[in-house]
Write a protein that binds this ligand. Structure first.
Ligand code: MG
Ligand code: MG
Length: 275
């Protein structure tokens, strides 16, 4: 899920203690996404995936950060095929050959009692991540689309370093994608974001270099890095449900995301299971 441009532009710097809580949130999200990945199969509905996610998040002492955000009705975004992001989970049944992107966010609440009923505005510390999963056997070009999107995300993550320009991260994502023999649409209408005591905070994390973007990465920052690629052009359109973002040309899309923290002990991908 993405910022609606409602932050004040101030970059929040986290303490080591706050990062520890963000790591807990990251484990909740990575565990939930692992559960969802294994649940994806032909015949399951996106609504069933949403119920699995909410149950997983709350049973781990966290609250779903998507639920109620701008009145969003789910705990995950489930975006299938030409849907890029913000798909609303519901009665849609997944079919063999579909490609589904699942985006998930969780909050470790300041008040543990909030794990049972908390939602987007619960006070606490956030994690945000997304995966793309093949439903059964998918066409080779769809598997490759997902692989390239995931690797573009890792190109961005691997560029993260204390003291470098945030724009270098954006350049790494864009550069990796453009180095492929096939041409992909690099979606520009949505992107990554700062994260911490809210899901969406400054700075914006673009998936392409932006002239004049001068943010420098420093210890204490946390950002969500989330490239979205399509097999066609990068233009998007929002469906009549006011949420679902699709590729304007109907081409299939993939979306991968991790939350990355610049802690005093180094770079930590909070939503990647520890090796
Ligand atoms: Mg997300
Ligand atoms: Mg995000």
């Amino acid at each position: 899920m993405h910022a609606h441009g409602d932050d004040d532009g101030i970059i929040e710097l986290k303490t080591a203690e706050q990062f520890e809580v963000m790591k807990q949130a990251g484990l909740v999200v990575s565990g939930t996404l692992a559960l969802l990945r294994s649940a994806v199969r032909p015949g399951i509905t996106t609504g069933e995936l949403d119920r699995i996610a909410e149950e997983s998040i709350r049973s781990q002492g966290a609250a779903p950060s998507f639920l109620g955000y701008g009145d969003f009705p789910g705990s995950i975004c489930a975006s299938v095929n030409e849907e890029i992001v913000h798909g609303i989970p519901g009665s849609r049944t997944l079919r063999e050959g579909d490609l589904i992107s699942i985006d998930c966010g969780a909050i470790i609440p300041a008040d543990p009692a909030q794990a049972a009923a908390g939602r987007w505005n619960t006070r606490g510390w956030h994690a945000d991540a997304a995966i793309t999963v093949p439903v059964g056997e998918v066409a080779p070009e769809l598997a490759e689309l997902s692989r390239v999107t995931e690797q573009a995300m890792w190109a961005g993550i691997n560029a993260v370093k204390e003291g470098i320009a945030l724009n270098d991260v954006s350049t790494a994502i864009d550069g990796y994608t453009r180095a492929q023999s096939r041409r992909y649409g690099i979606v520009r209408d949505y992107g990554g974001h700062g994260i911490g005591s809210a899901m969406h905070m400054a700075p914006m994390v673009f998936n392409y270099p932006v002239r004049g973007e001068r943010t420098v990465l420093t210890t204490g920052m946390a950002i969500a890095i989330e490239p979205m690629l399509t097999l066609g052009k990068n233009k998007t359109r929002v469906l009549a449900d006011d949420w679902t973002v699709v590729a304007k040309d109907g081409s299939y899309a993939a979306h991968w995301e991790h939350t990355v923290a610049l802690t005093p002990e180094g770079i930590v991908v909070t939503t990647a299971p520890e090796e």
